[in-house]
Design a protein around this ligand. Sequence first.
Ligand SMILES: [Zn+2]
Ligand SMILES: [Zn+2]
Length: 76
Amino acid sequence: MQCYDCFLESRASTVPVSPAIAAAACARCGAGVCGRHSHATYAPIPGSPASTGAPEARRITCDPCYQAETAAAGQT
Ligand SMILES: [Zn+2]
Ligand SMILES: [Zn+2]
């Protein structure tokens, strides 16, 4: 699978660029994302006992989903 954001960039570009191989899949939209376009966030799973030092879960999102989620969370 190739990175979807790279694919969009290569399609918009006049110079043919081959999209990067996807290193992960966006947890929200399911698109493949390369390292350059992926965002990893770490947060405890809701309901987990944070006081016991429970490990944080990793979540990978693509560029647009990451920006949409941070905007929705009011963290822009
Ligand atoms: Zn990419
Ligand atoms: Zn996404």
